[in-house]
Design a protein around this ligand. Structure first.
Ligand SMILES: [Zn+2]
Length: 218
């Protein structure tokens, strides 16, 4: 006779919401927005991705922004990329129109923070962002949106309007069973520190950005 304790472990591994909690946030313009943050059980890559829902109303194909973690840009306001302003713009639009921010924990297009810093060092020696990643043995873009599709399905969102300039995000989500009913472009936040980075994005990944007076610096 077995005396071991048998826990009731659910056999169903379908990703599902773990916790929701209120998260009031300050927008870039100083307004306060009422957010609700979601965590999840069972995401296939085991990372702590999360969703922040903002605004009121339930659109038939709600706005969704997939944002990949960028500690330097999101937290520190780095001028080497456009992640910080992109995140702030998304939060403001989602607050005004209602929708969901999916915050994907895939720093540095999936290579991690330390490797991203290594790549920054190579860029200071003349590589562009993609050449630097390749020199470190990484792909141009290692981001995978499987967990994003899992979170959307766990929230019952299978038809969305995507905020993006990146055609790969739409293609990956559609391949994962999410219907992208429409795409809204994001703003372009160029400056003297990130222009080369944005130009490389356009060249390498067909990002739909129109850059002001784009020049190829030495
Ligand atoms: Zn960034």
């Amino acid at each position: 006779m077995s005396t071991s304790c048998v826990h009731a472990v659910p056999l169903d591994k379908t990703p599902r919401v773990r916790t929701t909690a209120q998260l009031p946030i300050h927008l870039a313009d100083g307004r306060e927005a009422a957010g609700v943050m979601y965590s999840f059980h069972g995401l296939s890559d085991g990372k702590e991705h999360f969703v922040l829902r903002l605004g009121a109303g339930e659109a038939e194909a709600p706005l969704v922004r997939l944002h990949s973690e960028c500690t330097t840009g999101d937290v520190l306001g780095s001028a080497r990329c456009d992640c910080g302003p992109q995140l702030q713009e998304s939060l403001t639009r989602l607050h005004e129109e209602g929708g969901y921010l999916l915050y994907m924990r895939q720093e540095g297009r999936g290579i991690g923070l330390y490797a991203k810093l290594d790549a920054y060092r190579l860029q200071e020696q003349g590589h562009d962002t993609y050449a630097a990643n390749r020199a470190l043995g990484h792909g141009d873009d290692e981001r995978d949106y499987t967990a994003a599709a899992e979170m959307l399905k766990a929230l019952g969102l299978t038809r969305i309007t995507l905020i993006t300039n990146n055609p790969d995000k739409r293609a990956q989500l559609e391949a994962l069973g999410i219907e992208v009913a429409g795409v809204r472009p994001t703003g372009v936040f160029s400056g003297r520190h990130n222009l080369r980075y944005l130009e490389a994005k356009v060249r390498h990944t067909r990002h739909t950005l129109v850059l002001p007076g784009a020049t190829e610096e030495a």
